[in-house]
Design a protein around this ligand. Structure first.
Ligand SMILES: C[S@@+](CC[C@H](N)C(=O)[O-])C[C@H]1O[C@@H](n2cnc3c(N)ncnc32)[C@H](O)[C@@H]1O
Length: 213
């Protein structure tokens, strides 16, 4: 790790958030800092805030994950939040779903480098896995508005499981627009959690939807 990068990732707050996974997550962030822009995974303007805004931010979902079971991260892209969650919760089976070939190639390199034996990659769209994959929880970050996201993800969730979608400031608006779609798909008990992971006022919203049937 370069000294500069080391200084950025080695802060007490992110160590507290990531716990034992900190080292693996820091290595993942280092890979992204090295190659993310070159490989079209992250915009150049995002690089300075790669660690806080993207990598550590992906941990916001972890506290809502079940004690055991499986997770499908839909539209995983560079591996956010799926790779971070797989590192934090090695006892969960994590499926990363991503249609873009070069992103799947990247994810397979990350899985190998980080020795992630709880991760399975799926090259394709989430819809192609409907009826073939069922998980306890679907996660998604920056993939689609909640109504579209619900159509993509809820068919992957087993009854009693949940969708955990990372959303921006418009989370409440997206929830009201998705109301009828959620009902059609057996989504209920919608809650919006506001998470300030690093205690710096930068709030991430996690929309939680229970799948009833
Ligand atoms: C803006 S990127 C976000 C990537 C990552 N989740 C993040 O937070 O950085 C959206 C990703 O969703 C993927 N995607 C788009 N439609 C999809 C679908 N129907 N099923 C699965 N992934 C999809 C895209 O290929 C892209 O990698």
């Amino acid at each position: 790790m370069s000294e500069d990068f080391d200084a950025v990732v080695d802060d007490a707050q992110s160590r507290a958030v990531l716990g034992l996974a900190w080292g693996g997550v820091a290595r993942f962030a280092e890979m992204l800092a090295d190659q993310g822009e070159l490989r079209g995974l992250i915009g150049p303007r995002e690089l300075p805030r790669l660690w806080t805004r993207h990598v550590v931010n992906s941990a916001a979902v972890a506290q809502f994950l079940p004690a055991e079971g499986s997770v499908a991260d839909v539209g995983s892209g560079a591996g956010l939040p799926g790779v971070v969650l797989a590192l934090m919760r090695p006892e969960l089976d994590v499926h990363l779903i991503e249609p873009m070939e070069r992103r799947i190639t990247w994810l397979s390199e990350v899985v190998e480098e980080l020795d992630l034996d709880n991760v399975q990659l799926h090259h394709g769209r989430a819809e192609e896995l409907h009826g073939r994959l069922k998980v306890s929880v679907a996660t998604a970050r920056a993939v689609a508005a909640l109504d579209k996201l619900a159509r993509m993800t809820l068919p992957l969730v087993e009854p009693g499981g949940r969708l955990l979608a990372q959303k921006g400031r418009r989370a409440a608006e997206e929830v009201s627009r998705a109301d009828s779609v959620l009902r059609q798909l057996g989504g209920a008990n919608v809650r919006i959690h506001e998470v300030d992971l690093l205690g710096d006022g930068d709030v991430t919203r996690v929309v939680e939807v229970l799948k009833t049937r």
